[in-house]
Design a protein around this ligand. Structure first.
Ligand SMILES: [Zn+2]
Ligand SMILES: [Zn+2]
Length: 260
């Protein structure tokens, strides 16, 4: 199993999860052009993508979908509420082949077993995913305001955690570009995860299976790669078995390969 992050941050979120016989996109927030360029850079043929899975309807997660589907021609998986929102945003999305799942359910997509679970974020029905294949599992958690028992439960035992580390709390407080109302939204229980909260999640969800933590959705102004990685690494007590890295805010993170 492999995870390739094509882009992660407020400019657009799209990742690929691959097995020997299946490739799926998580979100389609990058422009279609950028997505296709980065798939090409990663050595992936767009014709091999079997599905797009959506976490929620915010623009940075779905902006490229309508144009991308002209090339991919694959089904889109989402909850009913998310699908309704995305169909309402652009009539071209209404023509897509939608496959609806319910929050809390587990479904199969070729060799993948996918569980979608609810996350606290200010969208209609936002979800995180646990994706399993051949006894390897990846947890995908982007855009959530805080961690709760359910979130920790769903990603405990995974081999790889791809999680949001949006901001450093002090940098966000000190930021002069954002009005107070925006800061409040980001810090709210339905906003975005801080480095400290991501670190807390990593500690709580960690088992001996955990080998990779990929941090994403970093704020350009209120975080740095160094701060995010150091905060999570320090919380893990420098455990050398877990590799912590950041998806670059505007670029490709090459394949992270997972096997047991
Ligand atoms: Zn969001
Ligand atoms: Zn987002």
């Amino acid at each position: 199993m492999e995870l390739i992050v094509l882009g992660s941050g407020s400019n657009g979120n799209t990742a690929v999860i691959l097995s020997d016989d299946t490739a799926i996109l998580i979100d389609a927030g990058l422009s279609a052009k950028k997505t296709l360029q980065r798939l090409d850079t990663a050595g992936l043929d767009p014709a091999t993508i079997s599905a797009v899975l959506l976490t929620h309807e915010h623009g940075d997660h779905v902006r490229g979908l309508a144009v991308l589907l002209r090339t991919l021609r694959c089904p889109v998986y989402a909850t009913r509420l998310t699908a309704d929102e995305v169909r309402g945003q652009d009539e071209r999305n209404a023509a897509a082949e939608w496959r609806l799942f319910t929050t809390g359910s587990t479904f199969r997509l070729n060799s993948f077993e996918i569980t979608a679970f609810s996350v606290p974020h200010d969208a209609s029905d936002p979800v995180g995913f646990t994706i399993r294949c051949n006894s390897v599992a990846i947890g995908v958690l982007t855009d959530l305001g805080h961690i709760n028992h359910s979130v920790v439960h769903h990603v405990t035992g995974v081999d790889c955690l791809f999680i949001e580390a949006n901001h450093d709390e002090q940098m966000l407080q000190a930021d002069t570009k954002r009005p107070f109302s925006i800061k409040q939204r980001i810090m709210s229980p339905h906003g975005h995860l801080s480095n400290r909260a991501a670190a807390d999640l990593a500690v709580r969800a960690r088992t001996p299976a955990l080998r990779h933590i990929i941090l994403g959705h970093l704020s350009r102004d209120c975080n740095t790669v160094e701060l995010a990685v150091n905060t999570v690494t320090a919380a893990l007590n420098g455990c050398q078995f877990v590799q912590v890295c950041c998806a670059p805010p505007d670029g490709l993170l090459p394949a992270v390969r997972l096997a047991r």
